[in-house]
Write a protein that binds this ligand. Structure first.
Ligand code: SMO
Length: 755
């Protein structure tokens, strides 16, 4: 039966659209409270240094300065930047301020003053005496036996290595006709959210803390501040009205959130802190630069027989999501392409004295699938097979293992590959690089991925929602899900309206306030629509049951004869009065109040994608230009079509950046960041974007998702990297296994080929 939808699947305008385009939407730094002070953090200029002494007397004496904090003044609780339930992916190794700087930008002291200018001036007056240590700047150096231990862990590995073994490796490689091994490297892109990190903290007389913060996880901020500062959960209110992006990096806390709360407490006045753009580079969470050594055996008929990998990630000065990212990246290599379930995989996340890496859209999968997908391309060539045909031969499908260890249902991945190949006319268009010549050569490449919606089973994934009917027939939806600019709250409203059978305009979303909504873990792991959406759907269904029972009584019909659609009551499928008319009749105000509520516990679900990139490579300048991207995504069901397309296009834009131009670079000896600004760190802007053809497949709806919907947030950034790298190879016949693919690397590779 084809399900007909009224609100779901369309592209209604964002519920917050008008506020955003008129500039009235408030972001954390837009809050200004009476008597408010401004806070700033003094950051280490050294990559690795011990603080011998700090003299704050001059700063404290500066008129307008209200408080100064150093390591000696703050709780020394080690924290992970996130509370339970997220701690499995992190390690508690950070303190609020530090007496050992572990990267250039580590927070040493903080001040608050009546103006930002005075606070900045006061930072200069804080005198710090450092013992400068030799920084450990590469993963190789960090693993040497004589390397200093940045956090007292052997070989600077955060936790135990992640080891995945299955099958008989020796036999797997013995069965192969070819064994191929190569090393793949990814760069260090930065999330570059438009809204810099910011927060405002205020304590009331009862000791209750209110914090307006730019975070993907309001409940994570509440939980972490509670754990670290020792404040009960109900005495912390986190408000996030609007956000200008986070991309994963705003899911754990930053130093300013703790510091701001402590400064507000100490001064008894509200305090605002806002990062400069430079601070969003130094003190943010970059993607983990990863080296993947990957070896696979393959038979002449194209069957992969065994897979061996070492996944080495550089986590920087603190762990943040290093353990989680490394686990995801390593475990992902058990899937996407079959290898006879014969694998030997190891993941290590290593401390170095560079800015922290952490969660960033694509969370380990970007790096792992870059290596795997580029190598699949290399194997296809080795076998003289068409790259699509070879992929289809090994693509995971019905009954195959997924990274979570669960068996997959359906062949959605193959559907993506086939549909994309059709869209780009692969059979006619794809030609071996040997056929290419001339100064500018064009190439066509494919990249693929799969990604889970939510972090189950590593996290017991859940979300709750409350839906309340008002006396006039309008509805309030209380949801804890975060909307970091994705349109998630609009999607929640669509789901509630569809399930209830009322108009979208009659739903008001109450969100972004931990005092006003039930719990949700936050926006991570492409979970929001799939999990928060299902909780919303269930809560709406609960309300609808109660509402129809009430209506049946008023209309003196049996409840089984009733339904509600587009705000109108149907009796035996015949339109009757509207819900609003029913409620208007005297005495029909529901008593007790009609409230639906639900908690949804999610299971595993996977989305898939195949991206096809068409590029031009200028063999004289080394410039790579992406001419067109065709993106096929299997996501179960698009709740908001234009929102899904926006996610896909945005992911491709970020991915083009990571593939070609974006890399945050440290000085090789001092560890000092060389390009912490939008002048020297180049993202693709709208003018740089190629046309994007988006195909949304809904062939494999997930019963655990609302109306079958799965996640799409992270998927598009994962598939685009290998698509571009493979297209570059297809154009010039030289393999570049390292991101970003800069003109320098292209020219170097061409020169080596000629030599
Ligand atoms: S990088 Mo994602 O927010 O798990």
């Amino acid at each position: 039966m084809v399900q007909r939808f009224s609100v779901v699947g369309g592209s209604p305008a964002r519920i917050d659209g008008i506020e955003k385009v008129t500039g009235t939407a408030k972001y954390a730094a837009d809050y200004t409270l009476p008597g408010m002070l401004y806070g700033k953090i003094k950051r280490s200029p050294h990559a690795y240094a011990r603080v011998l002494s700090i003299d704050t007397s001059k700063a404290e004496a500066l008129p307008g300065v209200k408080a100064v904090l150093t390591y000696a003044d703050v709780p020394h609780v080690k924290h992970a930047g996130a509370p339970v339930p997220r701690t499995g992916s992190l390690k508690a190794d950070q303190t609020i301020l530090t007496d050992v700087a572990r990267f250039v930008g580590d927070g040493i002291a903080a001040v608050t003053a009546v103006s930002e200018e005075i606070a900045e001036e006061a930072l200069e007056l804080i005198e710090v005496e450092y013992e400068i240590l030799t920084p450990v700047l590469s993963v190789d150096a960090a693993q040497q036996t004589d390397a200093p231990e940045i956090h007292d862990t052997a070989a600077n590995i955060i936790t135990q290595p992640i080891i995945m073994k299955n099958g008989d490796m020796e036999q797997g490689f013995a069965e192969a006709d070819y064994v191929f091994e190569a090393v793949y490297n990814t760069g260090r892109p930065v999330p570059c959210y438009m809204e810099p990190n910011a927060c405002v903290c205020q304590f009331d007389q009862s000791g209750k803390l209110t914090i307006w913060s730019s975070t993907q996880g309001a409940f994570m901020v509440r939980g972490t501040l509670s754990e670290v500062l020792g404040i009960p959960l109900n005495k912390i209110q986190v408000i996030v009205e609007h956000m200008g992006g986070g991309f994963g990096a705003k899911q754990d806390l930053y130093q300013h959130e703790y510091v701001c709360a402590l400064l507000a407490k100490k001064t008894g006045r509200p305090v605002k802190m806002e990062y400069t753009r430079k601070e969003t580079f130094l003190a943010s969470k970059t993607r983990h630069p990863v080296t993947v050594r990957l070896k696979q055996g393959v038979k002449k008929d194209g069957t992969v027989t065994a897979r061996e990998a070492l996944y080495l990630s550089n986590t920087g000065g603190y762990a943040s999501h290093g353990p989680g990212v490394t686990a995801v990246g390593t475990i992902d290599l058990t899937s996407l392409y079959r290898c006879n379930e014969t694998w030997d995989l190891e993941g290590r996340s290593v401390y170095t004295n560079v800015p922290m890496a952490g969660a960033f859209r694509g969370y380990g999968a970007v790096q792992g699938f870059f290596a795997l997908d580029v190598q699949m391309d290399e194997l296809a060539e080795l076998l003289n097979m068409d790259p699509i045909e070879f992929r289809l031969k090994n693509a995971v499908g019905e009954g195959d293992i997924s990274p979570s260890g669960h068996r997959l249902h359906g062949d959605a991945f193959a559907d993506c590959l086939r549909r994309g190949a059709e869209e780009v006319a692969w059979v006619d268009k794809w030609q071996s690089p040997k056929t290419k010549s001339g100064r500018v050569r064009s190439g066509l490449g494919v990249g693929t991925e799969m990604h889970s919606s939510g972090a189950y089973p590593d996290i017991k994934e859940m979300s709750s929602a409350v839906v309340q009917l008002n006396q006039d027939g309008s509805v309030n939806l209380m949801t804890g899900v975060a909307d970091l600019g994705t349109g998630a709250w609009t999607a929640m409203a669509q789901i509630a309206a569809e399930e209830l059978g009322i108009l979208l305009a009659d739903i008001q979303v109450t969100a972004g306030d931990t005092d006003a909504t039930p719990f949700d873990g936050g926006a991570y792991a492409s979970r929001t629509t799939h999990i928060g959406g299902k909780a919303t759907q269930k809560a709406a269904a609960d309300l609808k049951r109660k509402l129809l029972t009430f209506a049946a009584e008023k209309l003196a019909v049996d409840v089984t004869e009733l339904d509600l659609k587009n705000g109108r009551i149907l009796i035996n499928n015949t339109p009757s009065i509207t819900l609003k008319e029913l409620l208007k009749e005297e005495g029909n105000i529901p008593t007790p109040a009609l409230i639906g509520e639900a908690t949804h516990y999610a299971k595993v679900a996977y989305s898939f994608a195949a991206h096809f990139a068409e590029v031009d490579v200028d063999t004289e300048t080394g410039q790579v230009t992406v001419k067109k991207v065709t993106a096929v995504h299997e996501i179960g069901k698009a709740i908001n079509r234009i929102g899904v397309e926006g996610q896909i296009e945005g992911g491709i834009q970020q991915g083009i950046g990571h593939s070609l131009t974006e890399d945050f670079i440290m000085h090789p000896e001092t560890g000092r960041p060389l390009n912490p600004s939008f002048v020297d760190y180049k993202m693709p802007l709208s003018m740089d974007m190629p046309p994007i053809e988006t195909v949304i497949l809904e062939t494999q709806p997930d019963l655990g998702g609302p109306f079958g919907a799965k996640g799409v947030g992270e998927d598009p950034i994962i598939a685009i990297g290998p698509a571009i790298a493979n297209a570059v190879y297809n154009a010039i016949g030289v393999r570049i296994r390292e991101l970003p693919i800069t003109p320098e690397k292209v020219l170097q590779a061409l020169r080596e080929k000629e030599a």
